[in-house]
Design a protein around this ligand. Structure first.
Ligand code: NAP
Length: 279
Protein backbone atom coordinates (compact mmCIF):
# COMPACT_ATOMS: atom_id res chain seq x y z
CA UNK A 1 0.00 0.00 0.00
CA UNK A 2 1.31 3.49 -0.87
CA UNK A 3 2.05 5.99 1.86
CA UNK A 4 -0.35 8.95 2.18
CA UNK A 5 1.07 12.26 0.83
CA UNK A 6 3.38 13.86 3.35
CA UNK A 7 2.97 17.42 4.56
CA UNK A 8 5.95 19.66 3.90
CA UNK A 9 8.26 19.37 6.91
CA UNK A 10 9.07 22.63 8.67
CA UNK A 11 12.19 21.12 10.23
CA UNK A 12 15.06 23.67 9.87
CA UNK A 13 13.10 25.77 7.36
CA UNK A 14 13.82 29.51 7.45
CA UNK A 15 10.66 31.47 8.26
CA UNK A 16 10.30 35.25 8.35
CA UNK A 17 7.29 36.58 10.27
CA UNK A 18 6.70 40.33 9.94
CA UNK A 19 5.20 41.93 13.03
CA UNK A 20 6.29 38.72 14.73
CA UNK A 21 7.21 40.12 18.15
CA UNK A 22 3.67 40.63 19.43
CA UNK A 23 0.12 39.31 19.29
CA UNK A 24 -0.92 37.24 16.23
CA UNK A 25 2.55 37.32 14.64
CA UNK A 26 4.00 35.98 17.89
CA UNK A 27 1.47 33.12 17.95
CA UNK A 28 2.44 32.22 14.37
CA UNK A 29 6.16 32.30 15.22
CA UNK A 30 5.61 30.02 18.23
CA UNK A 31 3.51 27.55 16.22
CA UNK A 32 6.04 27.31 13.37
CA UNK A 33 9.01 27.03 15.77
CA UNK A 34 7.14 24.26 17.60
CA UNK A 35 7.07 22.44 14.24
CA UNK A 36 10.85 22.76 13.86
CA UNK A 37 11.29 25.97 11.83
CA UNK A 38 14.04 28.54 12.37
CA UNK A 39 12.57 31.96 12.97
CA UNK A 40 13.38 35.46 11.76
CA UNK A 41 11.26 37.66 14.02
CA UNK A 42 10.69 40.99 12.33
CA UNK A 43 9.71 43.96 14.51
CA UNK A 44 9.55 47.72 14.24
CA UNK A 45 9.14 49.33 17.68
CA UNK A 46 8.90 46.07 19.70
CA UNK A 47 12.63 45.32 19.70
CA UNK A 48 12.72 44.15 23.31
CA UNK A 49 9.69 41.88 22.79
CA UNK A 50 11.34 40.39 19.68
CA UNK A 51 14.48 39.59 21.66
CA UNK A 52 12.45 38.00 24.45
CA UNK A 53 10.51 35.90 21.97
CA UNK A 54 13.71 34.67 20.28
CA UNK A 55 15.09 33.64 23.68
CA UNK A 56 11.84 31.80 24.43
CA UNK A 57 11.84 29.97 21.08
CA UNK A 58 15.45 28.89 21.49
CA UNK A 59 14.89 27.71 25.04
CA UNK A 60 11.53 26.02 24.48
CA UNK A 61 12.10 24.42 21.05
CA UNK A 62 15.90 24.39 20.69
CA UNK A 63 15.60 26.25 17.40
CA UNK A 64 17.49 29.27 15.98
CA UNK A 65 15.62 32.54 16.27
CA UNK A 66 16.85 36.05 15.50
CA UNK A 67 15.20 39.49 15.70
CA UNK A 68 15.27 41.84 12.68
CA UNK A 69 14.17 45.46 13.04
CA UNK A 70 12.72 47.42 10.10
CA UNK A 71 10.07 49.99 9.26
CA UNK A 72 8.59 48.11 6.31
CA UNK A 73 7.28 51.32 4.72
CA UNK A 74 10.75 52.70 4.07
CA UNK A 75 12.18 52.62 0.53
CA UNK A 76 14.20 49.45 -0.04
CA UNK A 77 13.00 47.87 3.23
CA UNK A 78 11.78 44.64 1.61
CA UNK A 79 15.09 43.92 -0.18
CA UNK A 80 17.12 44.91 2.86
CA UNK A 81 15.10 42.79 5.30
CA UNK A 82 15.07 39.68 3.12
CA UNK A 83 18.82 40.13 2.47
CA UNK A 84 19.60 40.35 6.17
CA UNK A 85 17.49 37.28 6.96
CA UNK A 86 18.98 35.11 4.21
CA UNK A 87 22.52 36.20 5.10
CA UNK A 88 21.99 35.43 8.77
CA UNK A 89 20.60 31.92 8.27
CA UNK A 90 22.98 31.05 5.40
CA UNK A 91 25.75 31.36 7.99
CA UNK A 92 24.52 28.08 9.48
CA UNK A 93 25.64 26.34 6.28
CA UNK A 94 22.27 24.84 5.38
CA UNK A 95 22.31 26.33 1.89
CA UNK A 96 23.66 22.97 0.74
CA UNK A 97 20.81 21.04 2.35
CA UNK A 98 18.51 20.12 -0.51
CA UNK A 99 15.45 20.35 1.76
CA UNK A 100 16.10 23.87 3.04
CA UNK A 101 16.18 27.13 1.08
CA UNK A 102 17.68 30.48 2.00
CA UNK A 103 14.17 31.66 2.81
CA UNK A 104 11.40 29.07 2.89
CA UNK A 105 8.38 30.88 4.31
CA UNK A 106 7.31 34.52 4.55
CA UNK A 107 4.37 35.43 6.78
CA UNK A 108 3.10 38.98 6.22
CA UNK A 109 1.46 39.77 9.57
CA UNK A 110 2.56 43.37 10.33
CA UNK A 111 -0.30 45.86 10.04
CA UNK A 112 -1.86 49.05 11.32
CA UNK A 113 -5.52 49.36 12.34
CA UNK A 114 -6.38 53.00 13.06
CA UNK A 115 -9.86 53.75 14.41
CA UNK A 116 -11.26 56.98 12.94
CA UNK A 117 -14.80 57.91 11.98
CA UNK A 118 -15.71 58.33 8.30
CA UNK A 119 -16.04 62.10 8.82
CA UNK A 120 -12.53 62.44 10.26
CA UNK A 121 -10.06 60.14 8.51
CA UNK A 122 -7.51 61.89 6.30
CA UNK A 123 -5.83 60.96 3.05
CA UNK A 124 -2.65 60.44 5.08
CA UNK A 125 -4.43 57.91 7.31
CA UNK A 126 -5.54 55.99 4.22
CA UNK A 127 -2.07 56.25 2.65
CA UNK A 128 -0.48 54.92 5.85
CA UNK A 129 -2.84 51.93 5.89
CA UNK A 130 -2.10 51.29 2.22
CA UNK A 131 1.68 51.51 2.77
CA UNK A 132 1.80 49.14 5.77
CA UNK A 133 -1.08 46.76 5.00
CA UNK A 134 -0.96 46.50 1.19
CA UNK A 135 2.21 47.83 -0.42
CA UNK A 136 4.73 46.47 2.12
CA UNK A 137 3.35 42.89 2.00
CA UNK A 138 3.29 43.07 -1.81
CA UNK A 139 6.94 44.18 -2.01
CA UNK A 140 8.01 41.65 0.63
CA UNK A 141 6.15 38.86 -1.16
CA UNK A 142 7.75 39.84 -4.47
CA UNK A 143 11.26 39.92 -2.98
CA UNK A 144 10.99 36.72 -0.95
CA UNK A 145 8.81 35.00 -3.57
CA UNK A 146 11.31 35.56 -6.39
CA UNK A 147 14.08 34.15 -4.21
CA UNK A 148 11.89 31.14 -3.44
CA UNK A 149 11.33 30.75 -7.18
CA UNK A 150 15.12 30.43 -7.62
CA UNK A 151 15.32 27.59 -5.07
CA UNK A 152 14.63 23.99 -6.07
CA UNK A 153 12.62 23.66 -2.84
CA UNK A 154 10.38 26.65 -3.70
CA UNK A 155 8.66 28.23 -0.71
CA UNK A 156 5.44 29.61 0.74
CA UNK A 157 4.07 33.13 1.27
CA UNK A 158 1.21 33.61 3.73
CA UNK A 159 -0.63 36.94 3.87
CA UNK A 160 -2.80 38.04 6.77
CA UNK A 161 -6.02 39.64 5.57
CA UNK A 162 -9.20 40.33 7.51
CA UNK A 163 -12.45 38.39 7.20
CA UNK A 164 -14.39 41.64 7.54
CA UNK A 165 -13.14 42.74 4.11
CA UNK A 166 -13.62 39.44 2.25
CA UNK A 167 -16.38 39.32 -0.38
CA UNK A 168 -18.66 37.51 2.09
CA UNK A 169 -17.48 39.45 5.14
CA UNK A 170 -18.99 42.44 6.86
CA UNK A 171 -16.76 45.50 7.48
CA UNK A 172 -17.42 47.01 10.91
CA UNK A 173 -17.84 50.80 11.31
CA UNK A 174 -15.07 53.11 12.54
CA UNK A 175 -12.18 51.89 10.36
CA UNK A 176 -12.77 53.40 6.89
CA UNK A 177 -9.06 53.89 6.14
CA UNK A 178 -8.15 50.32 7.15
CA UNK A 179 -10.73 48.23 5.32
CA UNK A 180 -9.73 49.05 1.71
CA UNK A 181 -6.08 48.29 2.52
CA UNK A 182 -6.99 44.79 3.73
CA UNK A 183 -9.60 44.17 1.03
CA UNK A 184 -6.68 44.02 -1.42
CA UNK A 185 -5.18 40.94 0.27
CA UNK A 186 -7.27 38.19 -1.40
CA UNK A 187 -6.67 39.65 -4.88
CA UNK A 188 -2.96 40.09 -4.18
CA UNK A 189 -2.73 36.53 -2.87
CA UNK A 190 -4.31 35.00 -5.97
CA UNK A 191 -2.26 37.17 -8.36
CA UNK A 192 1.01 36.27 -6.63
CA UNK A 193 0.05 32.59 -6.50
CA UNK A 194 -0.18 32.63 -10.32
CA UNK A 195 2.89 34.82 -10.92
CA UNK A 196 5.18 32.78 -8.69
CA UNK A 197 3.94 29.32 -9.69
CA UNK A 198 4.72 30.27 -13.31
CA UNK A 199 8.32 30.80 -12.25
CA UNK A 200 8.54 27.75 -9.99
CA UNK A 201 5.66 25.37 -9.41
CA UNK A 202 6.85 24.71 -5.88
CA UNK A 203 6.13 28.28 -4.75
CA UNK A 204 2.70 28.74 -3.15
CA UNK A 205 0.86 31.81 -1.87
CA UNK A 206 -2.07 31.65 0.56
CA UNK A 207 -3.88 33.97 2.94
CA UNK A 208 -5.57 33.67 6.30
CA UNK A 209 -8.53 35.97 6.94
CA UNK A 210 -9.06 36.19 10.70
CA UNK A 211 -12.11 37.40 12.55
CA UNK A 212 -11.48 39.11 15.90
CA UNK A 213 -9.19 36.97 18.06
CA UNK A 214 -7.79 37.34 21.56
CA UNK A 215 -4.01 37.38 22.16
CA UNK A 216 -3.72 37.50 25.96
CA UNK A 217 -2.90 33.81 26.38
CA UNK A 218 0.44 34.20 24.62
CA UNK A 219 3.56 34.65 26.78
CA UNK A 220 4.08 38.32 27.64
CA UNK A 221 0.81 39.60 26.15
CA UNK A 222 -1.42 41.76 28.37
CA UNK A 223 -4.95 40.93 29.46
CA UNK A 224 -7.52 42.25 26.96
CA UNK A 225 -10.69 44.12 27.97
CA UNK A 226 -13.75 42.01 28.80
CA UNK A 227 -15.70 43.94 26.15
CA UNK A 228 -13.33 42.77 23.40
CA UNK A 229 -13.57 39.15 24.54
CA UNK A 230 -17.35 39.44 24.60
CA UNK A 231 -17.28 40.91 21.07
CA UNK A 232 -15.00 38.14 19.78
CA UNK A 233 -17.39 35.58 21.28
CA UNK A 234 -20.54 37.29 19.99
CA UNK A 235 -19.49 37.63 16.35
CA UNK A 236 -18.48 33.96 15.94
CA UNK A 237 -20.94 31.23 15.06
CA UNK A 238 -19.15 28.60 17.12
CA UNK A 239 -17.53 28.49 20.55
CA UNK A 240 -14.02 27.13 21.02
CA UNK A 241 -13.49 24.51 23.74
CA UNK A 242 -10.94 26.66 25.55
CA UNK A 243 -11.79 28.92 28.50
CA UNK A 244 -13.83 31.91 27.30
CA UNK A 245 -14.93 30.17 24.09
CA UNK A 246 -13.58 32.94 21.85
CA UNK A 247 -11.15 32.63 18.93
CA UNK A 248 -7.50 33.07 19.86
CA UNK A 249 -4.35 34.09 18.02
CA UNK A 250 -3.32 30.45 18.37
CA UNK A 251 -6.25 29.39 16.14
CA UNK A 252 -4.98 31.74 13.42
CA UNK A 253 -1.46 30.34 13.87
CA UNK A 254 -2.70 26.78 13.47
CA UNK A 255 -4.37 27.71 10.16
CA UNK A 256 -1.16 29.35 8.95
CA UNK A 257 0.81 26.19 9.73
CA UNK A 258 -1.69 24.06 7.80
CA UNK A 259 -1.48 26.34 4.74
CA UNK A 260 2.33 26.16 4.88
CA UNK A 261 2.54 22.40 5.33
CA UNK A 262 0.03 21.19 2.73
CA UNK A 263 1.90 21.20 -0.60
CA UNK A 264 -1.31 21.18 -2.68
CA UNK A 265 -2.79 24.44 -1.34
CA UNK A 266 -2.21 27.66 -3.26
CA UNK A 267 -4.29 30.78 -3.88
CA UNK A 268 -6.41 29.90 -0.84
CA UNK A 269 -7.90 32.70 1.31
CA UNK A 270 -9.00 30.87 4.44
CA UNK A 271 -11.46 32.50 6.86
CA UNK A 272 -10.52 31.83 10.50
CA UNK A 273 -13.54 33.48 12.05
CA UNK A 274 -15.42 30.73 13.86
CA UNK A 275 -18.01 30.84 11.08
CA UNK A 276 -18.78 34.46 11.96
CA UNK A 277 -19.39 35.37 8.32
CA UNK A 278 -22.48 33.14 8.39
CA UNK A 279 -23.86 34.40 11.70
N1 NAP B 1 -5.96 40.64 15.97
C1 NAP B 1 -7.11 40.40 15.33
O1 NAP B 1 -8.15 40.15 15.95
C2 NAP B 1 -7.14 40.43 13.82
C3 NAP B 1 -8.37 40.35 13.14
C4 NAP B 1 -8.38 40.39 11.75
C5 NAP B 1 -7.19 40.50 11.04
N2 NAP B 1 -6.01 40.56 11.72
C6 NAP B 1 -4.77 40.69 10.95
O2 NAP B 1 -3.80 39.79 11.45
C7 NAP B 1 -2.50 40.39 11.46
C8 NAP B 1 -1.93 40.39 12.86
O3 NAP B 1 -2.83 41.03 13.75
P1 NAP B 1 -2.31 41.74 15.08
O4 NAP B 1 -3.51 42.11 15.85
O5 NAP B 1 -1.25 40.90 15.69
O6 NAP B 1 -1.63 43.05 14.44
P2 NAP B 1 -1.10 44.36 15.19
O7 NAP B 1 -0.84 44.03 16.63
O8 NAP B 1 -2.04 45.49 14.91
O9 NAP B 1 0.26 44.69 14.40
C9 NAP B 1 1.29 43.73 14.31
C10 NAP B 1 2.62 44.42 14.19
O10 NAP B 1 2.71 45.21 13.01
C11 NAP B 1 3.92 45.94 13.15
N3 NAP B 1 3.95 47.15 12.32
C12 NAP B 1 3.04 48.15 12.23
N4 NAP B 1 3.51 49.14 11.42
C13 NAP B 1 4.75 48.75 10.99
C14 NAP B 1 5.74 49.32 10.15
N5 NAP B 1 5.59 50.52 9.56
N6 NAP B 1 6.88 48.62 9.94
C15 NAP B 1 7.07 47.43 10.51
N7 NAP B 1 6.16 46.83 11.32
C16 NAP B 1 5.02 47.48 11.55
C17 NAP B 1 4.04 46.29 14.64
O11 NAP B 1 5.35 45.93 15.04
P3 NAP B 1 6.08 46.61 16.32
O12 NAP B 1 5.20 46.29 17.50
O13 NAP B 1 7.40 45.95 16.35
O14 NAP B 1 6.16 48.09 16.05
C18 NAP B 1 2.95 45.44 15.29
O15 NAP B 1 3.35 44.77 16.46
C19 NAP B 1 -2.69 41.80 10.90
O16 NAP B 1 -2.35 41.79 9.54
C20 NAP B 1 -4.17 42.08 11.11
O17 NAP B 1 -4.69 42.99 10.17
C21 NAP B 1 -5.97 40.54 13.08
Amino acid sequence: MENPPLPLSLESRVVLVTGGARRVGKAIAIELARRGARLAIHCNSSVEAARDLCALLEERYGTDAEPFQADITEDGAAEDLVDRVTRHFARFGDADDEHVGLIDVLVNSAAVWPEKPLEEFTADDARRCYEVNTLAPLLLARTAGLRMADQPTGGVVINLGDMATAHDGSPYPGYPAYHPSKAAIPGMTRALAIELARRNRRVRVNAVLPGPVICQHLPGEPEEPESRKQHARDVALVATPEEGGYGRAEHVAHAVAMLVENPFLSGVCLPVDGGGRLA
